[in-house]
Design a protein around this ligand. Structure first.
Ligand code: SF4
Length: 234
């Protein structure tokens, strides 16, 4: 079977595989994605309020989709529908509600999956994605021999088509992920400095990534994380 999960789910699965041989025996392919983090449930409540929808009446809610990026859409039992652009739902609501664990995530880019996929955003004038509705395109990163074989087989079967790109272009498509990877070491150092528990990070190239962060941004993130810990704004 194949396993699809968030990068932290994949990390958990890989850890389980070191204890239980059934994992690798049965799971032949592990897929993940670049993960922006899990927002709190309250964030969805605030989106519903902005849409003018009663949360007790909601029959379905989707964060995005049916387009690229696609809108957040809520429908109710009484037939009401609310919509919000991805730029607004993510930018103004959900991204501000991401849990602390995700801010110190050492592998939000699916580094231990066989294949990790992401939105291949087009950068706007600022270099950051504009999240305008466009024809979709995806970034596919194969991270193991099995992943590469599977991708080539899928392409040979006509299931998808790909074009190669330079690794540095990934920074432009996913600037927030690139920044988080560069700065997670500084954020973890803040946990050490404040005697907080922290994840055991091995083999995720966190130290290597931190070398491309400026001292200024490292210090800013170190102090910002300390402040967050002290005031408990997690
Ligand atoms: S950001 Fe990291 S810790 Fe948070 S949900 Fe995604 S993979 Fe898990």
């Amino acid at each position: 079977m194949a396993f699809i999960g968030k990068p932290c789910d994949v990390s958990a699965l890989r850890q389980l595989a070191t204890l239980d041989s059934r994992v690798d025996r049965h799971i032949k392919l592990v897929l993940s994605f670049f993960c922006g983090g899990i927002p709190s449930h309250d964030g969805v409540g605030r989106i519903l309020a902005a849409m003018g929808i009663d949360s007790d009446d909601v029959s379905s809610f989707r964060y995005r989709g049916n387009g690229w990026p696609g809108k957040a859409v809520a429908t109710t039992h009484s037939g009401q529908t609310g919509e919000m652009s991805y730029a607004e739902s993510w930018g103004d609501f959900l991204s501000k509600e991401v849990q602390f664990r995700c801010k110190i995530c050492p592998d939000a880019v699916g580094g231990v999956a066989d294949i990790a996929c992401a939105d291949a955003w087009y950068g706007g004038e600022t270099g950051y994605p504009t999240f305008e509705e466009l024809d979709g395109r995806s970034l596919i990163v194969t991270r193991s021999e099995i992943g590469q074989e599977f991708l080539l087989a899928a392409e040979a079967a006509g299931a998808l088509s790909t074009t190669p790109l330079e690794v540095r272009e990934i920074n432009l498509m996913q600037p927030s992920q690139a920044s988080r990877k560069r700065l997670v070491r500084a954020r973890l150092a803040a946990l050490t400095a404040t005697l907080q528990p922290q994840p055991n990070v091995v083999g995720l190239m966190v130290a290597e990534a931190s070398r491309s962060a400026s001292k200024r941004e490292q210090l800013k993130n170190f102090l910002g994380t300390i402040r967050r810990i002290i005031v408990r704004r997690r």
